[in-house]
Design a protein. Sequence first.
Length: 223
Amino acid sequence: MPKQSGDGLGRFLHPSPHAATAHGVTIGTPRLYEVASALLGLRRRAVYRRLIEAAPVQPGDRVLDIGCGPGFFTRLLAEAVGPGGTVVGVDAAPEMVAYADRRARGLGNCRFQVGAAESLPFEPASFDVVVSSLMLHHLPDAERPRAFQEMRRVLTPGGRVLVADVRVPGQGHGWRLVLALSGLSGMARHAPALEPLAAAAGFREIRLGDASRWLRYVRAAAA
């Protein structure tokens, strides 16, 4: 998953030397990433279950998780699709993929591989659902439309996409202090408007929603 060093979680982490798989810098410290995510309140099971319901992810679905990081969301998705479904998590950092794969041992319907959002290593119409959380703001502006186009390409006709990213929950001095101390302000500054990107990629039935006070998502369907 491409990461901008010094932005959001990047202040806690170290860039990986393996940056050739995607545009930007990848994070190669998965254990520290998980700790930082938990401290910032971004790794809450209830929040990700709301995303699963919003997609919606159903038993038997084939799901792709783009920018899977250490695989927390991916493992929850594997529970949701059940033994009749499959989930693939992709990340641009080989260290993240190796760590996620170790954490998912015993889950026969879940696998991980290295891959970049703007150049997915899958055939067209390979998945029923594509999800991505807290990844898009790390991509360069020029690559974000390409990432949405790739999501549409790998979806079956009528397949669903759900992309979630950071939002600013409120105004005032109190919120600004919370954002600054948590590091979420840096992430929010780079978070793009999701609806125009989905529309430009040709998705339909576009809807916006909030999974938490910090996390906004766009949900849409492939034509």
